[in-house]
Design a binder for this molecule. Structure first.
Ligand SMILES: NC(=O)CC[C@H](N)C(=O)O
Length: 227
């Protein structure tokens, strides 16, 4: 099994993600520089958190045009599993692989803290080792994490069961996201983006290992091939 982790100028969680995938799960990885294109020979492509292009214009709006994104889009369209964490999620939305957009947090501040999440859909490649309504403790760290989608889009997300993770309640919602949405998938379920950082909660020494279950889900899906 081999994963690709894409690094953009300004990514800052790529090495944390590499550590979890390579050192904890012992899965081979390639670090893919954003100027490269890749062939469809990966089991999963991961887009890490960070401040690609300094978050100029809007988070992810410039990274979306990096050459590697042609390969990411092709990979996703061919059914490849793609995980976007925080800035990675922002880039996936800008690239049109996930619906919606991010606004600046409603308190206009960068927020960095542990939050409680609730699993809304456990039938995805990224959550199959979790249970519906399970509560997770995973940190967030962002300034543009206020997920927005119009009424029609929200209805569609709900109708297709694309809301995968929610902040547990309004008091756990760190940014003002509509409907407390913390993570969504595409209709086909092979692309998943979330604002919390599972790679920062993959060992007990970090205060929580709940994030590890996201990677365990993905790896088990790739081995077993069913949701
Ligand atoms: N850790 C991250 O990926 C968050 C950074 C992100 N660009 C922001 O909204 O602030």
């Amino acid at each position: 099994m081999r994963f690709g982790i894409v690094t953009f100028p300004g990514s800052n969680c790529d090495q944390d993600l590499r550590y979890v995938i390579e050192d904890i799960f012992e899965i081979e990885i390639d670090m893919i520089w954003h100027k490269e294109k890749f062939k469809n020979n990966y089991d999963a492509i991961l887009l890490p958190g960070g401040f690609s292009y300094g978050d100029y214009l809007r988070s992810g709006a410039i990274a979306r045009f990096s050459p590697v994104m042609d390969s990411v889009i092709e990979f996703a369209n061919n059914g490849g599993t793609v995980l976007g964490i925080c800035n990675g999620f922002q880039i996936l939305m800008e690239a049109g692989l996930l619906p919606g957009a991010m606004k600046v947090n409603d308190n206009l501040k960068f927020v960095c803290k542990h939050v409680k999440l609730q699993v809304e859909n456990d039938r995805t490649p990224f959550t199959r080792k979790l249970e519906i309504n399970q509560i997770l403790d995973i940190p967030v760290a962002h300034q543009e994490g206020n997920f927005y989608i119009d009424d029609a889009g929200l209805k569609e997300l709900k109708a297709n069961n694309q809301i995968v993770l929610k902040y547990l309640d309004d008091s756990e919602n760190p940014n003002g996201s509509i409907d407390n949405i913390a993570g969504i998938c595409n209709k086909k379920r092979n692309v998943f983006g979330l604002m919390p950082h599972p790679e920062r909660a993959s060992e007990e020494i970090l205060g929580s290992s709940d994030g590890k279950k996201i990677f365990e889900s993905l790896i088990s899906y790739l081995k077993e091939g069913v949701n």
